[in-house]
Design a protein around this ligand. Structure first.
Ligand SMILES: Cc1cc2nc3c(=O)[nH]c(=O)nc-3n(C[C@H](O)[C@H](O)[C@H](O)COP(=O)(O)O)c2cc1C
Length: 204
């Protein structure tokens, strides 16, 4: 395969699209993020990269709490809007007619219309260049009954929203495609390759 050097690029695709909620200046506010991922299983921890200048980061720093709200593919308009205007100038809750509910953490407002919500408590802030990595422990998860089948999360019912970026600032939203296979086994938390698997030599 011929390869072209393109310099350092954020081509890690697809990325999940998630709304982060917090309280800023006494009001709930939500910003859209896609630079986030799981960071630890125990404690259940996630890491979100938030640009230092974001209005929302002020609230997370002050209250040390935030929520994650997973929109469905149908909610792309709302997710895009919350990622293009600032809570410093617009009340996004009113503008998007969001129903907000609270759980155990006072400063982690959640969006009723999103089928999955997680309440998180800040564990650590790591400042990296123009972003701050907000590392949070997931304290509680709320899942819409209609996304559960026999008590298990059904991804097809969830219809999560994803983003793929191609070059700086350019990207498209996607919903999921077809299932190509199932995971072969429950992965151990600290995984090492199983001894029985023969990995063919490169080029074989
Ligand atoms: C799809 C999408 C993904 C985004 N991902 C991030 C992200 O990971 N981190 C970030 O700081 N901003 C991200 N943004 C930009 C913020 O959501 C945007 O600047 C927002 O208006 C900030 O809201 P606030 O000023 O109310 O905090 C993203 C925007 C979109 C549309």
């Amino acid at each position: 395969m011929d390869k072209r050097r393109m310099g350092p690029q954020h081509f890690l695709n697809p990325k999940p699209v998630v709304l982060v909620g917090t309280i800023v200046e006494e009001k709930p506010n939500f910003l859209t993020v896609s630079w986030l991922g799981s960071a630890s299983a125990n404690p259940p921890t996630i890491a979100v990269a938030i640009r230092n200048v974001r209005y929302s980061l002020k609230g997370i720093r002050e209250h040390l709490a935030f929520s994650l709200n997973l929109p469905t593919a149908d909610m792309v308009g709302m997710a895009d809007y919350c990622g293009s205007v600032s809570g410093a100038t617009v009340d996004k809750v009113k503008a998007c007619k969001l129903s907000v509910f609270g759980g155990n953490l006072r400063a982690a407002p959640m969006i009723e219309q999103c089928p999955i919500n997680m309440e998180c408590e800040v564990l650590q802030f790591v400042e990296i260049g123009d972003h701050t990595l907000v590392i949070g422990t997931i304290r509680e998860t709320y899942v819409a009954e209609e996304c559960l089948v026999n008590g298990m999360l059904d991804i097809e019912k969830l219809r999560p929203l994803c983003l793929c970026t191609t070059s700086s600032g350019l990207g498209d939203y996607y919903s999921l495609g077809e299932v190509v296979a199932s995971i072969s086994a429950q992965q151990p938390l600290a995984s090492s390759p199983p001894a029985a698997v023969n990995i063919p030599p490169h080029g074989a």
